[in-house]
Design a protein around this ligand. Structure first.
Ligand code: BG6
Length: 495
């Protein structure tokens, strides 16, 4: 009989290196079991994957936190999370199936003996688990990442893939990776003692959104846009991510993060990179990551002498009285920055990135503003006044779609012009095809080992480098902090 893939030592080495074993056994370990992210996003995503039959046959979920918890109490919290936040309706039989796979382990993140308890719970040294994939998801506040990585590494719960002497282990770092450039470098250096780059998944859930992935498809699957996707035809680009919710009781977390670390440094800059990057050689992970990194490398730094002209920071009225927020907090809840990409394609084109909490509506979109026509041929002055430049709007969420604004003749005697929209609506065109949530897609990619939609370390470093003057300016008070009324459009942002 031919040897099975498991018993052939050569294949075992390959499995260790690339985790190419069949994805039939996996354990998903969530640090931060009691946190919001686990309840709102991770467990509902796993539930949806279970509904769609996409989880490995033998799948376990081990939840971990510092406090002593009754597993039943935790399960009830997860069940409520699924009921409230999952896109598929609640089905008790699927929930029961999932709940049976969930267990809980209390771990003191800086205590080695705790990791030994976790190790025996996971059975990670048990020869029968040698083909199991272990995915450690760090869903704790980033301040705990270093202790957890040290604990996992020192106690050999994770080992570099090139040692290929154990099961396949991977770590997912929820964003932000570090809290500035220095801490991101430190975290990376520490993690590299125990992990290869292929095992590190730096999460930015925006990259997993269907509409964000569609940016590259839209640009590179159509021949009409690419030739006019550059400084000759585009006057400016706006990338906006507004939220109508506030900080939702997460004062302590938000004080640490603020809008710059929470959304600008990662979600908005990643969207920017997809809008601005050059065509990759292929859709292979490293080719795409190379091109994203090149955009970050070309970002013009925010210089001290004119940063105030390019940046606007603000706090919503009432932020200072939120629970967990310091009375004299300098944490911005709104940020807007006008930036430039110093390369051949984009020289001189402003990109305006704006994001904030507690605004009028939840809306994320990209607007590509084209240059105006060179000459108004319609003799009448009032008609010329009405000419508006073309705008291509890529709506990321909600009401996902793409629209193109152009001028058209207004019916009637007169040579009059009106702006109109040509519109594509995702929901309408793909009726009945449920969209996977970003976390579902990304969790599957981690299990499969596909790193395309995860940031590489150099991307993270460039992004921190770029936002450093914003973080410092906000903290030192050198950058003025405006205020805005909740439920409005926030401070005015000029092109
Ligand atoms: C998270 C931020 O990364 O993204 C939250 O920490 C924010 O503050 C959220 O609300 C927005 O994500 P989405 O997918 O709802 O746009």
């Amino acid at each position: 009989m031919a040897p099975s893939i498991d018993s052939n030592p050569q294949n075992r080495i390959k499995n260790g290196l690339f985790c190419k074993s069949a994805m039939s056994e996996a354990t998903f370990v969530i640090f931060g079991a009691t946190g919001d992210l686990t309840m709102r996003k991770l467990v509902p995503a796993l539930y949806n994957l279970c509904v769609d039959g996409l989880l490995p046959e033998d799948f376990k979920i081990v939840t971990v936190a510092r406090s002593a918890k009754e597993p039943a109490e935790l399960l009830e919290r997860f069940r409520q999370g699924v009921e409230k936040f999952s896109r598929s309706g609640f089905k008790s039989d699927v929930w029961e199936q999932l709940a049976r796979r969930i267990s809980y382990v209390q771990v003191d993140y800086s205590d080695d003996s705790s990791y030994r308890t976790l190790e025996s719970h996971l059975g990670i040294r048990d020869p029968k688990n040698v083909d199991r994939r272990y995915l450690f998801y760090l869903a704790t506040p980033p301040t705990s990442f270093n202790s957890i990585i040290r604990g996992l590494g020192k106690n050999r719960l994770v080992t570099p893939a090139h040692h290929h002497d154990g099961p396949c282990t991977r770590v997912v770092f929820e964003k932000p990776f570090g809290r500035d450039l220095t801490s991101a470098l430190e975290l990376n250096t520490l993690a590299k003692q125990y992990l290869d780059e292929t095992q590190m998944f730096r999460m930015d859930h925006y990259l997993g959104k269907e509409t964000v992935q569609n940016i590259l498809v839209f640009r590179f699957a159509n021949s009409i846009f690419e030739p006019i996707w550059n400084r000759r035809y585009i006057s400016h680009v706006r990338i906006t991510a507004f939220e109508n919710i506030g900080i939702e009781g997460r004062g302590a977390f938000y004080e640490e993060a603020g809008v710059i670390r929470d959304v600008l440094q990662n979600h908005l800059l990643q969207i920017l990179s997809l809008c601005a990057m050059e065509p990759p050689n292929s859709f292979e992970a490293e080719h795409i990551r190379d091109e994203r990194a090149k955009v970050f490398k070309a970002l013009r730094p925010l210089y001290a002498d004119d940063i105030k002209d390019h940046v606007s920071l603000a706090q919503y009225d009432g932020y200072l009285s939120e629970k967990g927020v310091a009375a004299d907090s300098k944490t911005p809840t709104f940020a807007s920055v006008r930036l430039f990409i110093d390369n051949w394609r984009w020289e001189g084109v402003p990109f305006i990135l704006s994001t904030g909490k507690n605004l009028k509506e939840k809306m994320t979109q990209i607007e590509i503003h084209y240059t105006p026509v060179p000459l108004c041929l319609f003799k009448e002055n009032d008609v010329c006044m009405k000419l508006e430049p073309n705008v291509l709007t890529i709506r990321i969420q909600p009401e996902e779609g793409i629209s193109l604004r152009f001028g058209t003749k207004t019916p009637g005697e007169k040579q009059d012009v009106s702006p109109v929209n040509m519109h594509f609506d995702f929901q309408h065109s793909f009726k009945g095809q449920a969209q996977q949530e970003a976390y579902e897609k990304l969790l599957l990619d981690c299990l499969r080992g596909n790193q395309t939609l995860f940031a590489r370390q150099e991307e993270v470093e460039h992004m921190w480098h770029f936002v450093a003057p914003l973080l410092e300016g906000a903290q030192s008070g050198e950058l003025p902090m405006g205020t805005y009324t909740p439920g409005t459009s926030g401070p005015e942002v000029k092109p």
